[in-house]
Design a protein around this ligand. Structure first.
Ligand SMILES: [Zn+2]
Length: 250
């Protein structure tokens, strides 16, 4: 069996993403973290934006075309994009304008917090930052790469923010995630086809969903190279704009 077959590269195209949304719609009602009802067959569709807000925007467009809204969790400490740069802020505004919501993707590797009071202080600070930058409500958070301590924090809310890793979500709601660009546990197309879970929380990371099948590493490389090329373009254009010599330009 090839790697492409073993790791289902062809699952991760944007065309297939659209089909998965349609399949989900057949059996579940799309809800947000603030308006689901425990007695209905809801799906909470969440994106942890670890790698690319540009990739997130592409999925946001597909979802809007399919009449669906979801929640995009932004990572202030991201090493792949800068949440405060103009182009990224513009893309997030575009995502919001399509009817989607934003949440906070919280990186505790940055703080290494081990007590709830400090956790709540930093959650509140970062949620307020997001809310202020994007002029949108932030009512929910998810942990980025949660360690054992973070997974033990199972209260429904912290700092007034809904916890996507709360006890209820971990024990009473079916879960499927595309973490690392392959299916580590259940395969989403099968989960949606069988529709055996009474309700679902789906976690996707937009950069895994691309135009044509590729390995997870190549999908990450494409994000990084795309950003690098764009950064160099801006540098070159800036010098040209101000009539400066671009020393070393090829
Ligand atoms: Zn993450």
């Amino acid at each position: 069996m090839s790697l492409a077959e073993k790791f289902h590269y062809s699952d991760f195209t944007r065309d297939n993403y659209r089909l998965l949304l349609r399949k989900a719609k057949e059996n579940y009602v799309f809800r947000s973290y603030t308006d689901y009802r425990a007695d209905e067959r809801f799906v909470l569709w969440r994106h942890d934006v670890d790698l690319s807000v540009h990739a997130a925007y592409k999925l946001a467009v597909i979802e809007a075309e399919e009449g669906i809204s979801s929640t995009y969790f932004l990572l202030p400490h991201c090493e792949f994009y800068n949440m405060l740069e103009a182009e990224v802020v513009g893309k997030v505004h575009d995502i919001l304008a399509l009817g989607h919501r934003i949440g906070l993707h919280f990186d505790n590797d940055f703080y290494r917090i081990k007590d709830v009071a400090t956790l709540e202080g930093k959650l509140r600070f970062e949620a307020d930052l997001l809310s202020s930058v994007f002029e949108a409500p932030v009512e929910v958070f998810s942990f980025h790469n949660p360690d054992a301590w973070m997974l033990q924090q199972r209260d429904a809310t912290y700092a007034g923010l809904i916890n996507t890793y709360a006890e209820y979500f971990q024990t009473s709601v079916g879960y499927c995630s595309d973490s690392n660009g392959y299916w580590r546990h259940r395969r989403l197309p099968e989960v949606l086809e069988r529709a055996e879970d009474p309700c679902l929380q789906i976690l996707t990371h937009p950069a895994w969903w691309v135009e044509s099948p590729a390995s997870p590493r190549d999908r990450v490389l494409k994000c990084v190279q795309g950003r690098a090329e764009q950064t160099m373009r801006k540098y070159d254009q800036g010098l040209e704009l101000y009539g400066r010599s671009n020393v070393g330009e090829k």
